[in-house]
Design a protein around this ligand. Sequence first.
Ligand SMILES: *Cc1c(COP(=O)(O)O)cnc(C)c1O
Length: 489
Amino acid sequence: MSSTFRAIPSVEAVLGELRGNGSWPHALAVDAARTAITRAREAVAAGSDAPDLATISAEAETILTELARPSLRRLVNASGVILQTNLGRAPLSERAMAAMGEAARDYTNLEFDLDEGARGSRHEHVRDLLRRTTGAEDGLAVNNNAAALLMVLQVFARGREVIVSRGEAVEIGGRFRIPDVLRESGARLVEVGTTNRTYVEDYANAITGETAAILRVHRSNFQVTGFTARPELGELAALAREHDVLLLDDLGSGCLVETADYGVEHEPTVRESLAGGADLTLFSGDKLLGGPQCGLITGRGELVAAMRRHPLARALRVDKLAIAALNATLMAYVAGTEREEIPVWRMLALKREQLEPRARAWAEAAGDGGRVVESQTMIGGGAAPGTGQPTWCAALRAERGAEWLAGALRGGGPPIVAGRGAGEGLLGPRGGAEWLAGALGEAAPPIVARVEAGELLLDPRTVAESDDEHVATAIGVLLAGGASGASQS
Ligand SMILES: *Cc1c(COP(=O)(O)O)cnc(C)c1O
């Protein structure tokens, strides 16, 4: 046993090999060599033969390569959810990316008034476009919609009461809970009604001298169906005006166009919310708007102006890149070209017939393991939670199960080192045969799909056509090319 341990090469020896393969910073190379050697010792302790110098050096090289790889990486979203918070929500339009690139590369007039040659305000850049696209008197962009809500409550309701329906005091996602935001803002939550039914009288009965606002929250990730009641926004607006309290509408997705035109259930628009009497309407920039991460606050001029002057406007402000991208995104709506320009709308507008051949090509790449199925693309991001857009998916079956296949396409399969042949790896278990190692190497960028009823579904609607071949190749290597490998181990 101890002679086996002695056979493990020294850090110096591994460094010598690494030096032969390019120039890694010394401290990083030492660190990687030590890690590779530790793993080798663990393998020996577990009963394996000592790996040779070449194997350990290759391991160290892999560690270094992974270190040099950016943490934030592009991936292919075949999950069939258009707006996935975990996958970065809305992809940007070409116009928005170009604007970001330009703003990033050079100095800008971010807070400089070119006409006056004097200090300007970063908030000016999106004001006019927000007014045009929503009909609001004024608008302000902050870091995200959660920040927008926190700020509105803190500025207008701190130390006072805010009335929320029990059916809307909900968790939006990622532990973002309306009652928690209210508490953090220093406002006091007054819940009214029941989970399924809340009437105008419930709000009216709860209004006191302490009431600062009525808050409406769009039920963005669930539906309440059956025996339900919820007042119209206009009824709440009348009540709010009568008692001189604010009506705040957190729309979540914040749509600027009619979703029914895309065959999707009607999603409340910002314009409707404001026209319906909301004093302030809040929404996200990177959901259905299809722009960068930000939170938009639109509504009455004097309220938005008060927010702009508040210290929180500085703390929660957006950077020049987000302003550039938001500006360009809103311009598409002003020009009426959002359906062609903005990826979210382009994806939603794709016809089912356009998607069928793409899904079929993927299914065929899987050989016997694939078929084409009708399915639904979900919008996600808190829009139209109950309905989807009809689509075609490739449905794949693997002997080792859909979860395993999903992992392999993501490049997160069994713990093997990509590109290394079966049995050569330092890392066990060796369940990953040669073909799988190859496939993992191929799956760059990683492909994200979804498991449904024991099958892996890949939806072409959320995949750029330029990635179709990459997906087909990865499927082919995993399922058709590797059919014999799949039954190993
Ligand atoms: C998504 C959402 C939020 C949070 O928006 P972010 O931009 O993610 O901060 C708040 N309220 C509602 C109703 C939402 O759907």
